[in-house]
Structures are given as C-alpha cells and as structure tokens.
Ligand binder design. Sequence first.
Ligand code: DCP
Length: 178
Amino acid sequence: MILSDKRILEEIDKGTIIIEPFKRECLGTNSYDVHLGKYLATYKSRVLDAKAHNEIEHFEIPKDGYILHPGTLYLGVTLEYTETHAHVPFLEGKSSTGRLGIDIHATAGKGDVGFCNTWTLEISVAQPVKIYAGMPIGQLIYFAVEGNIETMYNTKGNAKYNNKTTRPVESMMWKNKF
Ligand SMILES: Nc1ccn([C@H]2C[C@H](O)[C@@H](COP(=O)(O)OP(=O)(O)OP(=O)(O)O)O2)c(=O)n1
C-alpha cells in the first residue's frame, strides 16, 4: 500500500518520515516532489570497472543552468535530505522530467527502511537538455512494510549509502564481495 498525503503528514509528525526542507506544496496526493541539488558528478574514467572504486569529479550547476548530453552518466543529488524509519521509500521520476527525456535513475528506485540521506540520482538524457539546481526532479512514494524488520538499513554492516552528504555518491559496488 502506498501512503496517502495525510498519512505522509502523520508519519512526519511522528518522526518516522523526515524530509528536509519540507514544503507543504510539494506534497502530492500520494507522493512528495523532490528537487535537484546543486552538485553533479561524472566518473573520471570513461570505462568503468565494477570491481574497482571508480572515482568521480563533482561540479556545481551554474546559476544559468547546465546542459546534459546523451552518452554520459551524470550523478545528481536531491536537495532534500530524507529519513524513513518505518516504510519503504521509492524514488520515482516525474512525468514532466520524463517528457524532457530525463531519466533520474538507472534501475535503482527503491530505498530501504532506515535509509537516512540525500538520494543520489543516476541521470541520463535522451537529447541535450539544460537543467537547473532547484528544479523539480522526482518524487518520493512510501510503501507500508509487511512483517517485522530484523536488520534496518542504518545498522546493517554493509549499508553503503547512509553517510550523510549533500553531494552525489559514486557506486560502492567495489565493497561487495564477488
Ligand atoms: N537512485 C537511488 C536509489 C537508492 N538510493 C539509496 C536508498 C537506498 O536505501 C540505498 C541503497 O540502495 P540499494 O539497496 O538499491 O543499493 P545496494 O544494494 O547497491 O547498496 P547496499 O548494499 O548499501 O544496500 O541507496 C539512492 O540514493 N538513489
């Protein structure tokens, strides 16, 4: 079940959902609109290695915007810092960003119960498009969990993306044993 606007507000009152900054007008019928933070990043190497720590370079989106091009993976970040302690948060795109040919995640839209951070966006575009810091970029939806949770994301030994940051975070696949 997806939480309604009223339920999201109740959970925020209880502290089980935190969205910072929170603006009432960003709350939709059953979702919350999130915005593009000012930092983007790209990988230093053109060829990535799933076993290696692929380093990224961060840069700021200029005030008058930045043009994204097809063929490059851009890592972005939400302006909003979120905590979700009792539900499963999902990051989804918006129809308005989709209609501009902007994808905001490459396969990974699910969050974990206990995830406490800004969200890294895996951005790719269908054609050149200028983007701006602060523009609406996606929406969070929240699912109720069935059953008790044994291991919260924030206490899991291998939770890789819970270190608080305002910048996009590169793949930590290299920490997986395979
Ligand atoms: N586009 C996305 C998708 C997810 N997340 C965050 C929320 C998740 O709680 C966390 C971890 O996501 P996954 O479980 O999909 O990632 P991994 O399985 O690779 O990492 P881990 O081993 O830490 O679970 O990353 C994010 O910042 N940006």
